[in-house]
Design a protein around this ligand. Structure first.
Ligand code: OAD
Ligand code: ZN
Length: 241
């Protein structure tokens, strides 16, 4: 399906939902998870770093790994794809952005009301009382909660943990209402995020996948557009904004 037809469908839609994954931030220099060689899970084992058990077993290692990723993300800049989604949000009615990414780049590009399914690495919480903590002393690694003394942790969803209830409910509502869904830069392997486009397809919504390579969603998607998030989203924004 050509970009003109996709742009026309977006223009006609009353509700548009966008689901993004790590491929959305790759052009900002933030590593994906499953790209061969360069993906984080090609170099590290998720079960060693991104689970509550890993944090209980090696809190210092997990804290340092996320501190390293936080520095990467803080040094990254949103690219034209992020800015294009912010422009589309301003021009298309009923536009909702759902992301699996924890890097906050959509917000920094100007997207309002981003639904963060997996949390945000730039937020730090107490692992026990769950309050947000803005500053801490580095006497301990991981630092300790100033209120209850428990170890601090990144405010991201680890494997085996439930997603933030409000975020999941908002994402489900957006997908239920959507006439068109753009699925950008995700391998579609992690539920419940991966089930969102499938549920939209089952309702008869148009699902357009934007990726460099096919994924398990591709064969059932309405359209598959090969290309980078930056290139394809900016071409759509050029037609619609
Ligand atoms: P993955 O690393 O699994 O998939 C990245 C996808 O982006 C792949 O399909 C790539 O082909 C594609 N891609 C790479 N560069 C791209 C580009 N420039 N433009 C468009 N597409 C590009 O990342 P996710 O699907 O986001 O969860 O992973 C989902 C979840 O698994 C993450 O949120 C994280 C991870 O473990 C948790 O840690 C809980
Ligand atoms: Zn606490």
């Amino acid at each position: 399906m050509q970009l003109e037809a996709i742009a026309a469908a977006l223009w006609r839609a009353n509700h548009v939902a966008v689901l993004t994954g790590a491929g959305m931030s790759a052009e900002s220099g933030v590593p994906t998870f499953r790209d061969a060689q360069t993906g984080l899970w090609a170099q590290y084992r998720p079960e060693d770093l991104a689970t509550p058990e890993a944090f209980a077993r090696q809190p210092e290692l997990v804290w340092r790994w996320y501190a390293w990723r936080r520095e990467l993300v803080a040094a990254a800049e949103p690219h034209i794809g992020h800015r294009s989604l912010a422009a589309l949000a301003a021009n298309l009615p009923g536009f909702v952005l759902i992301t699996q990414n924890v890097d906050g780049l959509h917000q920094r590009a100007g997207s309002p009301d981003v639904i963060e399914l997996h949390g945000n690495i730039m937020r730090t919480i107490c692992s026990a009382c769950l309050r947000c903590v803005e500053s801490w002393s580095d006497d301990w690694i991981p630092p300790r909660c100033p209120t209850c003394g428990s170890p601090l942790r990144p405010d991201v969803v680890w494997f085996g943990e439930p997603l933030p209830r409000g975020a999941l409910e908002a994402a489900n509502a957006a997908v239920e209402a959507a006439d068109v869904i753009l699925v950008v830069g995700t391998s579609g392997l992690v539920d419940p995020a991966a089930s969102l486009p499938r549920r939209a397809l089952a309702r008869g919504a148009m699902v357009v996948e934007i990726n460099l390579e096919p994924t398990p969603l591709t064969r059932s998607a309405t359209a598959f557009v090969t290309g980078t998030a930056g290139s394809i989203l900016s071409q759509l924004a050029d037609r619609l904004c």
